[in-house]
Design a protein around this ligand. Structure first.
Ligand code: BGC
Length: 763
């Protein structure tokens, strides 16, 4: 399916007049693919090839199935999104995007199906390894960087899964029921950022329903929000098999149904136009988008004719990124890094010799090669000797014997490194995990090893969060080995031996137990509805709000050096806010700190205790200090107002914290922010207090409400024994009449007064 340099293709096509010249049948057929991975050929342009994605190209020659069952051509398996996010470095991720773009072009893949920017709402979601974070800013910035890099090298992105596809359980039937504010501030926010900042070629509509309506048919989502508000000018494609009703999908804003091959659904579109159910202009508009995508793809093919897969260079990049993604969670007594000085290390656990590099499902890439951790350790261990023991087997074995053997190795060595974790089968697309526990036999192994060797390092291999405090309580050092792609084994060796100073930071909170998760009471829903009852309190926003202890907080990660923070300054930068903070490397090794800025506001609308608003990864030599400048755009401070249905920046005092994690805030400063000017007309529901607080309204209304308010006050104080003045002020003005026994403010008079107040006060 390689269309590189199709010299006969006509890119000068005038899309509008071309589409106008098509018959209804032709236009309808452009709205569904020609085969599993390809669109229809049109306008003299080659078909567009769309393939998975996201962390490598899964090119399947011929029109075969998806879900990773059929083989695909070897391609670099980069670290999946869960690991990429832990770098907290969009520039690095942009380089990964570029490499993926080059590989995609080299295979003739026009659109790489990714990135996944869904929020990690519940730690059990089986696909969390394909997503970046529980935080929308981090998810959105990483996703936008990935798309920019990819598209710069001539392949289009497909941002997925739009939207609110936050669990795999019943993913094709479940409705994510989300209130307006969390939907805007948390779940749509990452998509919004990617669309606005990186202009992806396509957006992929998800399997689930959103507030009862399938996302593939959701006009509010696909048309009003995505196109009208965010200005998306690309193509909306369905997830593979997500369309249940093609006509409703066309009406909602879906341009392309995938996979192709369902001619019956094209006929349904034709019939709907003939019966008057669907306006032909809608079908024309959808067809125009498919032609536009075909032209974009052809332009990209021509602009990047020589793209070639450089296996070694990309493997090197995969190792660099994997090294940057590893999080040093704990390192008591500086057990790490290991020394290459003739001591001995016992390496235990199957993941050390049979690497797990990714998750299961449609994103599964056939790697070009795979680094094995223990081999890579040997390669850089110098005179240090490395002995290996199984410790346990994924498929049983004689557990007791394996444990005893591992403990013996550990006792004989100077230090033990135990690899624990989950297999790809336990973390795969299409299913969620029942819990976040590590298998019991692994914890038993750890117990046996630590009894024999207190200097034990645990390396955790996993796609989604696992319960860690039993591990962390038992060992002095823990490395979060995530799933790191094909070069992960080398990266783990680099970090263990200090060739790379760890600088990864958690992109998701590690709770003490799953029951603490803010989503716990409502996940996975009931009767095909999952109510996102925690609202905006997702991830650390929820753990903080509930004051829950956690095993490791969002943003946490240690280094082999230490960093100090000083001189936090906040100043205005035009409309935006500039933060400067000096960070110093106070240790003896080169290292990277991720400076995180969290914002808090105590009054006004309800907010999480702190929210991430900016971050920067800074590299510092020993003794070096650097003044880090971060700019927070004023818009980032806005909340979503559910009565005005828009973003609003509240005025008042905001606290800016600079820190090394969401729970390690080192310096704080407050600053005053001016409010947005918003028209918020007074209504019958406005209280007397609100009206009297407004100078114009107070003047117009003072006399009119006096009598009624007086009556209300006396009723309140007489009958309830409450502070009459205060409670009187809280009475909606529309109730004054009934409270005064009809004595004041008849309805018509109130309406007139409110109109006058609104007119005079400019509301
Ligand atoms: C997945 C998508 C993927 C598509 C094509 C679907 O099952 O949800 O993420 O891109 O298949 O393989």
């Amino acid at each position: 399916m390689n269309h590189e340099n199709d010299a006969s293709a006509d890119i000068s096509v005038d899309i509008d007049s071309f589409v106008d010249s098509l018959s209804l049948e032709e236009k309808a057929s452009l709205g569904s693919g020609a085969a599993f991975w390809v669109t229809e050929r049109t306008a003299g342009l080659p078909a567009v090839v769309m393939e998975d994605g996201p962390h490598g190209v899964r090119h399947q020659p011929g029109d075969v199935d998806h879900m990773g069952i059929a083989p695909s051509a070897p391609a670099t398996c980069f670290p999946p999104a869960t690991a990429l996010a832990q770098t907290w470095d969009p520039e690095l991720i942009e380089r990964v995007g570029e490499a993926l773009g080059t590989e995609a072009r080299s295979f003739g893949t026009d659109v790489l199906l990714g990135p996944g920017v869904n929020i990690k709402r519940d730690p059990r979601c089986g696909r969390n390894f394909e997503y970046f974070s529980e935080d929308p800013l981090l998810s959105g910035r990483m996703g936008a960087a990935w798309v920019r890099g990819l598209q710069r090298r001539g392949a289009g992105a497909s941002v997925k899964h739009f939207a609110a596809n936050n669990q795999e359980f019943e993913r094709m039937r479940s409705s994510s029921d989300i209130d307006e504010r969390p939907l805007r501030e948390i779940y749509l926010r990452s998509f919004e950022r990617v669309v606005r900042e990186a202009q992806p070629w396509t957006v992929m509509a998800s399997y689930n329903r959103l507030n009862g309506v399938p996302t593939t048919e959701n006009h509010w989502l696909l048309t009003k929000v995505l196109r009208d508000e965010w200005g998306f000018d690309g193509l909306v494609v369905s997830d593979w098999g997500a369309v249940a009703d093609r006509v409703r999908a066309v009406l909602g804003g879906l341009d392309l149904q995938m996979p192709g091959g369902d001619a019956g659904s094209d006929q349904e579109v034709v019939d709907a136009v003939r019966s008057g159910e669907l306006d032909e202009s809608v079908v024309t508009e959808r067809a125009r988008r498919t032609v536009q995508l075909a032209r974009r793809a052809e332009n990209a093919r021509r602009a990047h004719p020589d793209a070639a897969l450089d296996v070694d260079r990309h493997h090197g990049l995969a190792r660099e990124v994997a090294g940057r993604a590893i999080v040093l969670l704990k390192n008591d007594g500086d057990v790490l890094p290991l020394a290459a000085d003739g001591r001995s290390v016992a390496v235990i656990g199957p993941f050390a010799v049979e690497p797990r590099i990714q998750g299961g499902g449609s994103s599964r890439v056939v790697p070009t090669k795979v680094d094995v951790a223990v081999d890579e350790m040997r390669a850089i261990a110098g005179s240090t000797t490395i002995a290996v023991a199984d410790g346990y087997r994924h498929d049983g074995g004689d557990a007791e014997h394996l444990r005893a053997e591992a403990a013996r190795h550990a006792a004989e060595a100077d230090v033990a490194v135990v690899f624990l974790g989950l297999t790809a089968a336990e973390e795969a697309e299409g299913t969620d995990r029942p819990d976040i526990d590590l298998p019991t036999h692994q914890l038993e192994l750890l117990k046996a090893v630590t009894a024999a060797q207190p200097r034990t390092v645990a390396v955790i291999v996993h796609g989604g969060v696992v319960r860690l405090h039993e591990v962390a309580d038992r060992v002095p050092a823990v490395l979060d080995g995530s799933i790191l792609g094909q070069a992960g084994g080398g990266a783990i060796a680099d970090v263990l031996f200090g060739r790379v100073n760890p600088s990864g930071r958690l992109a998701e909170t590690v709770p003490l137990r799953i029951e603490d998760a803010p989503s716990f009471p409502t996940y996975p829903g009931d009767q095909f509805h999952v109510r996102y009852g925690e609202g905006i309190f997702v991830g650390y926003r929820g753990y903080d709000r509930m004051k829950r202890d956690v095993a490791f907080p969002f943003g946490h990660g240690l280094s082999y050096t230490t960093f100090e923070y000083r001189d936090l300054h906040i100043s205005a930068a035009g409309d935006d806010i500039q933060i400067t903070v000096t960070v110093a490397n106070a240790g003896t090794r080169d290292g990277r700190e991720v400076v995180q800025i969290y914002v808090a506001k105590d009054d006004g609308v309800q907010r999480p205790p702190v929210e991430l608003k900016a971050f920067r990864s800074v590299r510092l030599a020993p003794g070096e200090s650097s003044e880090t400048v971060l700019v927070i755009s004023r818009d980032e401070l806005a909340y979503w107002d559910i009565s005005l249905h828009r973003w609003v920046v509240e005025g008042g005092r905001y606290t800016f914290h600079a820190g090394a994690s969401s729970r390690d805030l080192r310096l704080s400063k407050e600053t005053e922010v001016e409010a947005d000017t918003v028209r918020r007309p007074f209504t019958e529901n406005s209280t007397i207090g609100e009206l009297l607080a407004h100078p114009v309204a107070a003047r117009v209304l003072a006399a009119a409400v006096q009598q009624g308010a007086g009556q209300a006050r006396s009723t309140a104080s007489k009958e309830l024994g409450i502070d009459a003045k205060k409670s009187g002020l809280r009475i909606p003005v529309g109730r004054v009449r009934s409270l005064s026994g009809g004595a004041s403010l008849p309805k018509a008079e109130l309406t007139r007064l409110l109109e006058a107040v609104n007119a005079e006060s400019g509301n």
